[in-house]
Design a protein around this ligand. Structure first.
Ligand code: ADP
Ligand code: MG
Length: 244
């Protein structure tokens, strides 16, 4: 649910973005409260990943602002945003394939100060049911285990918000059920705000408090998932996409 009466922990206002000489985002605004899950859906090319790139600090918007805990953070780099508690996951889980699991956690623990302990790493692993098999090489991990490893490395830093790009992509149903349970714990028990781009409607239906629908760089609908998917604008966006 989030605490509806409280100020948003994270927000963006009027974001626009040019890429390759073309406007790929136009006037995007959203806000998230502690413990709230906001789902973002929309056809391929809608601009969902580009939005996450701005929010996490990798792309600089043409206009608009990003706010965290009441502070404007446009000037903060990706790294600085990570340090203040903004975690980001990617659609493709890229793990350091030359390292073992133990070495990967160690690198993450010592990525910046304060350095974390093994205990923190085991805590992060336990939150996502990741098996801390120290000597196993990360190259041997399947997609879901790679996602969990990267998520565990984020969680041991105790982020306040997670920006997730299609965490269920390429997963089988039992794995999606597990992601569902994990995200529920992170949001509802640990009060992490979660902004999740996801095509799997059944996952959003289960965990998202609200959804925002994007098409061609704009927000075309927002609200409860059940209302939004039936709106004429959303139906048209998906139909045009399928037809075209
Ligand atoms: N680096 C880039 N340079 C130019 N255009 C890009 C770049 N990245 C994405 N785009 C374009 O921006 C639009 C939005 O892409 P993206 O944010 O990846 O959408 P989504 O994640 O919703 O599928 C698409 O038209 C895509 O082709
Ligand atoms: Mg994308």
């Amino acid at each position: 649910m989030g605490d509806k009466g409280s100020a948003p922990i994270f927000a963006c206002k009027g974001l626009s973005l040019d890429l390759g000489g073309r406007e790929v985002l136009t006037d995007i605004s959203c806000e998230l409260r502690t413990g709230e899950v906001l789902g973002i859906i929309g056809p391929n090319g809608a601009g969902k990943t580009s939005l996450l790139e701005i929010l996490s600090g990798r792309y600089v918007p043409k206009s608009g602002s990003v706010h965290f805990q009441g502070r404007r953070i446009n000037e903060l780099s990706l790294f600085q945003r990570a340090r203040i508690g903004i975690g980001r996951t990617y659609q493709t889980p890229v793990v350091p394939e030359e390292l073992t699991i133990g070495e990967t956690f160690k690198a993450a623990r010592q990525a910046y100060k304060p350095y974390l302990t093994r205990f923190d790493a085991e805590y992060g692993a336990s939150l996502v049911n990741f098996i801390y098999d120290e000597d196993k090489r990360t190259s041997q991990l399947k997609t879901f285990e790679r996602r969990k490893l990267l998520l565990a490395c984020l969680l041991m830093r105790r982020p306040k918000i997670l920006l997730m790009d299609e965490p269920a992509a390429g997963l089988i149903n039992s794995e999606i059920d597990e992601i569902d349970r994990i995200l529920r714990v992170l949001s509802k028990e640990m009060n992490i705000a979660v902004l999740i781009v996801e095509h799997r409607i059944e996952l959003l239906d289960s965990i998202a408090d609200r959804v925002m629908v994007m098409d061609a760089g704009e927000v075309i609908a927002q609200g409860e998932l059940s209302e939004v998917v039936n709106s004429p604008a959303v139906r048209a966006a998906y139909f045009e996409h399928v037809a075209g």
